[in-house]
Design a protein around this ligand. Structure first.
Ligand code: TRP
Length: 452
C-alpha cells in the first residue's frame, strides 16, 4: 500500500467518500430515468434484471475505477499512465482518461439543461402555477418551456454557475461541504416523499408495479436497457469514480465501500420509484408515460392532491439536489487534469471549463428551438449528445477500464489495493477479464443496432 496523496486533497473519511460518490451516482438517472424506463419496460422483472446488472457488472467495474484512482492519486489520464507504466503496459491506455473527460464535458452540456428544467419546475411548483392543471395544460407548459430559449438559458446558466462555484472551491471546501449538507438532505427529502406516497391510498399498486416479477413483460431489449442503465446510474466509464477514488483514504476497504455506494444508489432509485408510482396511480395516470413522466404527469398528479404544492416543490428540490451533486462530479476529473497537467489554478481551470460546457449547453438547449434544424445522424444536438455518451462512450470506457484492470495491471498491484480474499479476487478478476467486457460489448452492439 502506498502513502501518496492527491495534490487536490483527500476526503475527511471513508463515509465522506461514500457520500460523495453516491452524490455522483444518484442523479437524474435515478429519479427521472429509472422510474420511467421501469414504467416502459413493465416493472418488476426489469427491476430484477437491473439489480443483477448492478451486482455483476457495475460493482466490479466501480472497484476497478476506485483502485486505479487510489493507487495513482492522480487525475484519470495520469493515473492510467502511471499504472500502465508500473505494470509495463502501453501508455496508450491513458486514452480512456481522455475519452472519459470528453464524455464528462458532453454529458454536462445536456445534463445542465435538464438541471435547468428542474430549477424552473421548483419555481413553478412553489408559486402554485401547476395547481389543478390538466395533462394537456401540463404538456403545453413543458412544451412552452422547451420553445423558450431565454428561460432555458437563464436556468441553464444558473445551474452551471452553481456547479462551477462548488468545483472551483476544491475537493474539501467545495465538494465535501456540499456533500455533507446535501446528501443527508437528499435522504430526508426522499423519505418525506415516500411517506407522502404512502398516504395516497395507491401505495400497494406502486409496490406491485415495481416488485411484481412478471417475466412475460421482459424482452431482450429491456434487459439491454437495464444493463446500460446500471452503468450510467453508477457514474461509471468516464473516470469520475477514478477521480473521486484518488481522494479516498488508503485504509478503507474498496470492496465494502463500493458495495455500500452501489446499495445506496439502488436504494434511492427504488425508493424514488416507490414515491412516484403511487402518486401516478392515485391519479389514474400512465406509469409508462416515458420521459414526460416527471415533467408532465407528476406535476398534474401533485396539482390534484392535498398539499400537492408543498410536496411537489419538495420533489423537485430533491431532483435538483441529486442533479447538482452529479453535475459536480462530471467536471471534477477534467479540472483535476487541467490543474495537475498544466499547473493551472483550480479557479482558472474550473472557470475555463465552465465556459466551455456552458457554451455547449447553449447548443443543447437550442435543440428545442432556434437550433432545431441542426442535426447529427438525424438527432438534434441534445439527443445526439445523450446518445453518443450514454450509449457509446460510457460503455466503451467501461469495457476498456475492465480490460485494463484485468489484463494490463498486474494482479499483485490490484490485490495490493483491493485486499480481497483469494476466492473473491478470482471472481473479480474473471469479471474484469471476461464477464464485464463481454456483457457490456453485447449491450453496446445492440444499442447501436437496436432489436426491432
Ligand atoms: N450517475 C448520474 C445519474 O444517475 C449521472 C452521472 C454523473 C454520470 N456522473 C457521471 C454518468 C459520470 C456517467 C458518468 O444521473
Amino acid at each position: 500500500m502506498n502513502n501518496k496523496t492527491s495534490i487536490q486533497g483527500s476526503w475527511a473519511s471513508r463515509w465522506i467518500f461514500i457520500l460523495a460518490a453516491t452524490g455522483s451516482a444518484v442523479g437524474l438517472g435515478n429519479i427521472w430515468k429509472f422510474p420511467y424506463i421501469t414504467g416502459e419496460n413493465g416493472g418488476g422483472a426489469f427491476v430484477l434484471v437491473y439489480l443483477a446488472c448492478i451486482l455483476l457488472v457495475g460493482i466490479p467495474i466501480m472497484m476497478a475505477e476506485v483502485f486505479i484512482g487510489r493507487r495513482a492519486r492522480k487525475n484519470p489520464i495520469n493515473a492510467l499512465t502511471d499504472l500502465a507504466d508500473e505494470s509495463a503496459g502501453s501508455k496508450s491506455w491513458s486514452i480512456i482518461g481522455l475519452m472519459g473527460m470528453l464524455s464528462g464535458v458532453l454529458i454536462f452540456s445536456f445534463y445542465s439543461v435538464v438541471g435547468g428544467w428542474v430549477l424552473h419546475y421548483i419555481k413553478i411548483m412553489l408559486t402554485g402555477e401547476m395547481l389543478g392543471v390538466t395533462s394537456e395544460q401540463a404538456g403545453a407548459a413543458f412544451g412552452g418551456l422547451l420553445e423558450d430559449p431565454t428561460t432555458l438559458l437563464l436556468w441553464h446558466t444558473l445551474f452551471s454557475i452553481m456547479t462551477v462555484v462548488v468545483v472551483a472551491a476544491g475537493v474539501n471546501k467545495g465538494i465535501e461541504t456540499v456533500t455533507r449538507i446535501m446528501m443527508p438532505a437528499l435522504f430526508v427529502l426522499l423519505l418525506i416523499l415516500l411517506g407522502y406516497a404512502m398516504t395516497t391510498g395507491s401505495f400497494g399498486d406502486g409496490w406491485n408495479f415495481m416488485f411484481h416479477f412478471d417475466f412475460s413483460a421482459l424482452t431482450w431489449n429491456s434487459a439491454l436497457i437495464a444493463l446500460g442503465h446500471s452503468f450510467f446510474t453508477l457514474s461509471l466509464g468516464m473516470g469520475t469514480i477514478m477521480a473521486y477514488g484518488s481522494y479516498m483514504t488508503k485504509k478503507a476497504s474498496i470492496g465494502k465501500t463500493v458495495l455500500t455506494i452501489g446499495a445506496l444508489d439502488t436504494l434511492v432509485a427504488l425508493v424514488a420509484g416507490l414515491a412516484i408510482f403511487p402518486i401516478i396511480f392515485a391519479n389514474n395516470m400512465d406509469p409508462g408515460a416515458g420521459p414526460g413522466l416527471m415533467f408532465i404527469s407528476l406535476p398534474v398528479a401533485f396539482g390534484q392532491m392535498p398539499f400537492g404544492q408543498l410536496f411537489g416543490t419538495l420533489f423537485f428540490v430533491l431532483v435538483g439536489v441529486a442533479a447538482w451533486t452529479s453535475a459536480i462530479s462530471l467536471l471534477e476529473p477534467t479540472v483535476a487534469f487541467l490543474v495537475e497537467k498544466f499547473k493551472l489554478k483550480r479557479l482558472t481551470a474550473t472557470i475555463g471549463l465552465g465556459i466551455v460546457v456552458w457554451g455547449l449547453g447553449i447548443a443543447c438547449l437550442g435543440s428545442f428551438n432556434f437550433l432545431s434544424d441542426v442535426t447529427f445522424f438525424g438527432k438534434n444536438t441534445f439527443d445526439f449528445l445523450d446518445y453518443i455518451t450514454a450509449n457509446i462512450m460510457l460503455p466503451l470506457g467501461g469495457i476498456l477500464i475492465s480490460l485494463f484492470a484485468g489484463w494490463v495491471v498486474k494482479d499483485k498491484f490490484a490485490q495490493d489495493e483491493l485486499q480481497l480474499s483469494d476466492g473473491i479476487f478470482k471472481l473479480w478478476n474473471i469479471s474484469m477479464k471476461f464477464t464485464a467486457p463481454i456483457a457490456v460489448a453485447i449491450v453496446l452492439y445492440f444499442l447501436i443496432n437496436p432489436l426491432s
